[in-house]
Design a protein around this ligand. Structure first.
Ligand code: ZN
Length: 259
């Protein structure tokens, strides 16, 4: 069974009554619920727990990590960011939702200031267009998803060009946004999915749930490696075929400091 950990900073869910009314179990509880209903093993972790609930042991036993954060990106400890990054490079899948675009983890994996985009919160309609209908993440969807009310996110979104772009969104006010972006980082698969502003019931919408379930299946590690076990692949290598002797001899000491 696929093992997912749903991480949420869990601040607005508990402090803002309008958000708590939409997500009485928190956004993490809502996502955990529909994943479990889809036959996926899902646990939750929050910012407030020791090590934000993302210990080495939890991550070792996580196939796919889902990330939702908004108000407290800078409160996430660097050591935890480093740990998540290491596990993604080794093969753990990562799904970054909505305002998680500005999280330390996503910034680190992208290498650009991904917090930069246009935004406007006036509850406008979003049409999310499926532009790669044969991609695993788009299975079971029609040609678009209509979200009645969402916070607008607009280009330019300061991300590196996605390896695969699955969705593009249009907002009522006229802007467009790359709303479903796939990346590979090391052995790990990363998916950024834009919908999910906390004041609208977006994670209760069936098609949005379908995308997240599909993304979990897509991001499951194939051939995850033990951290550090690939080290032997990155050392001076004897030739795999017989060489002619060119007379060249490596200069002694030249590579001493290389690690
Ligand atoms: Zn938002």
């Amino acid at each position: 069974m696929i093992r997912v950990t749903v991480w949420n900073e869990n601040i607005h869910d508990t402090e803002v009554p309008q958000v708590a009314a939409i997500y009485p179990q928190g956004i993490h509880g809502c996502i955990q619920g529909f994943l479990q209903a889809a036959g996926i093993s899902a646990r939750t972790a929050t910012l407030q727990q020791p090590e934000h609930g993302l210990t080495e042991e939890v991550l070792e036993n996580t196939d796919v990590l889902i990330w939702w954060g908004h108000a407290a990106h800078e409160k996430v400890e660097d050591a935890v960011v480093e740990r998540v990054h290491r596990h993604v490079i080794a093969g753990m899948g990562l799904i970054v939702l909505h305002s998680g675009h500005a999280s330390k983890v996503f910034r680190r994996l992208c290498g650009t200031p991904t917090g930069r985009l246009k935004w406007r919160e006036v509850a406008e309609q979003e049409i999310l267009w499926v532009i790669e209908p044969t991609h695993p993440i788009a299975q079971g969807l029609g040609e678009n998803i209509i979200i009645p009310h969402e916070e607008m996110y607009g280009e330019r979104f300061n991300i590196p060009a996605p390896d695969e772009l699955i969705f593009i969104s249009w907002f009522e006010g006229g802007e467009v946004f790359r709303s479903g972006c796939c990346y590979r980082r090391g052995r790990g698969k990363v998916f950024y999915f834009q919908p999910g502003h906390e004041t609208f019931p977006i994670y209760h919408q069936k098609e949005i749930q379908q995308v997240i379930i599909n993304a979990v299946h897509w991001a499951v590690p194939q051939g995850r490696v033990e951290l550090g076990s690939e080290e032997t692949n990155f050392k001076p290598n004897p030739p795999i075929m017989q060489l002619r002797d060119s007379g060249f001899r490596s200069i002694e000491g030249l590579h001493e400091h290389k690690k």
